[in-house]
Structures are given as C-alpha cells and as structure tokens.
Design a protein around this ligand. Structure first.
Ligand SMILES: [Zn+2]
Length: 268
C-alpha cells in the first residue's frame, strides 16, 4: 500500500513538475502579470505567434495584457527540433470601473491646443518602450521605488459619458514632494522628458523589452543614456504634469504591453 501510494504521488508530482521544468513558470498566470521563465539552452519559444527572445542560458521574459483571456499557449522547440506545446491558465484580476455621465465634452477630450503636444509626447514614450537590449537586469527581484500608500491601482478605469477611457497604466504611490525615488532594477535611462500629462517622466530599460516608467517627478537626477544600478537614486517624488497631489506614478512595460507593477513587488 505504501509503495502504491508513493508511486501515485510520483506520477502526480511528475506531471506537475514537468510543466514547470519546461518553461520555469508558475502553473497559473494572471492578467497584467510579468514573468521570467527559463527553458533549455538552444531552444526556441513562442507565446502565441510572438517569438520570445532567449538569453544564451534560456531565460525569457513576457507580460500579459490587463484583459488577457483565460489561457495562453506557448510553443517550445528544443535543440533537436522536438515540439512541446504548453498551455497555462490565466486568472482574472478585478478592476474598479467608475461611470461618470453628463460631463461637458471639453472635460472628456483635452483642449485642441495641446493635442499636438500630447501626440509628440506619446511618440517619445513609444520609442523608448520599443528598446530591445540584451541586458538582463529584469531577472532580479524588483524593489519598491518609493515607500508609501498605494493611492491608485493598475487597471482601474473610468467610463466618461459612455466612452471607456484608457485604464490606469501603473500604480500610484503617495509620498511627500522631495522623497527620493530608487531604481527598482538596474538598467539604462532611455527617456527623460517633461510631458503634458505625466510631467517630469523617466523611462529605464531593464533588457528584453522590459522597462519601467516614473511620472510626475519633482526632480530627475539621472541623464539620458546613463547606466544605473538597482537601488540608485533616480530623482524625487513630485506633482508635475496633471497630478492632484504628490505621488509617484510607476509603470512596468514589456514592449508595448503595460503591466501591473504591484504584482512584482513583495508586500514588505
Ligand atoms: Zn498613476
């Protein structure tokens, strides 16, 4: 009996462990989540139709859309060309939705005279987020860029006069003006700019399409192209741009996908 139980356990564990071993990922992923996995060196890997960049050791990174459906499919080809399809389930995140009706139209759409500026801002941000470097800072654990109350959550959105506005693309951490902000991971500065909505804004590349963005900063103490280490001071908290009070808006991206930074932070 003991032998039988033991072999059943082995079979069961074997099944679970195998999935983990092939991609190095948890069995269940979550909407807006960021993941680092590992496959055997010299493999090839696709997430849906998108080929994933692999380090020489087989590490890869990816993120899931905030509204990702319940399943993602991977296709793994080992060095000999054998194919291993992998399916992982994706759990739903809860987002707050606020309906506001009867607003004057000018409050729903920004004034005409700033439209060109907003367009130019968005082009700069997009360009920084397409950076595709080989650095592997993303493999370390993130640290909080600043400590404080979470005053805005990723994915919350408003429906103004029936029109869904874009979801909140990061997390807001409330802290007094002048509070130092630390680099949550090492990387290279790919954008420093004063933008209409987000004020003094900084983007850091952490490799393989992973970047973080810092908005409404009072001061930025690093320059474009500067290499920084995890924990280095990069500036201070402020309320520049369209902000109602001092806080850090912190965003996490995988290429053009905006991810939930709260999910990569430990609770302490
Ligand atoms: Zn925000």
């Amino acid at each position: 009996m003991r032998v039988l139980l033991f072999s059943i356990m082995l079979i069961f564990m074997g099944g679970v462990v195998q999935a983990k071993n092939l991609l190095g990922l948890p069995d269940e992923l979550t909407q807006g989540g960021f993941y680092v996995g590992k496959v055997a060196a010299d493999s090839k890997l696709w997430l849906g139709d998108q080929k994933l960049k692999l380090s020489p050791e087989g590490y890869f990174a990816f993120g899931l859309n905030w509204k990702q459906g319940g399943m993602v499919k991977f296709r793994l080809l080992d060095a000999k060309g054998a194919e291993y399809p992998q399916r992982l389930t994706v759990s739903k995140q809860k987002y707050d939705v606020q309906h506001i009706d009867g607003l004057p139209p000018k409050m729903v759409t920004p004034p005409r005279e700033v439209l060109n500026r907003i367009k130019a801002d968005s082009t700069r941000v997009k360009k920084a987020r397409t950076t595709d470097s080989d650095r592997q800072d993303f493999r370390r654990d993130f640290i909080w860029p600043v400590r404080g109350r979470i005053s805005g959550k990723f994915g919350n959105h408003r429906i103004l006069n029936g029109t869904p506005k874009s979801p909140h693309t990061g997390m807001d951490i409330a802290a007094p003006t002048g509070t130092p902000i630390m680099a949550p991971l090492g990387g290279e500065v790919t954008m420093v700019s004063d933008l209409y909505y987000t004020g003094n804004t900084l983007i850091i590349d952490h490799g393989f399409g992973v970047s973080t963005v810092f908005a409404h900063m009072n001061t930025v103490t690093v320059r474009m192209g500067q290499h920084i280490r995890q924990g280095d001071k990069i500036g201070t908290v402020g309320a520049t741009g369209r902000a109602t009070g001092p806080h850090l808006h912190w965003g996490l991206n995988w290429y053009k996908e905006r991810l939930n930074p709260e999910l990569v932070l430990g609770s302490d």
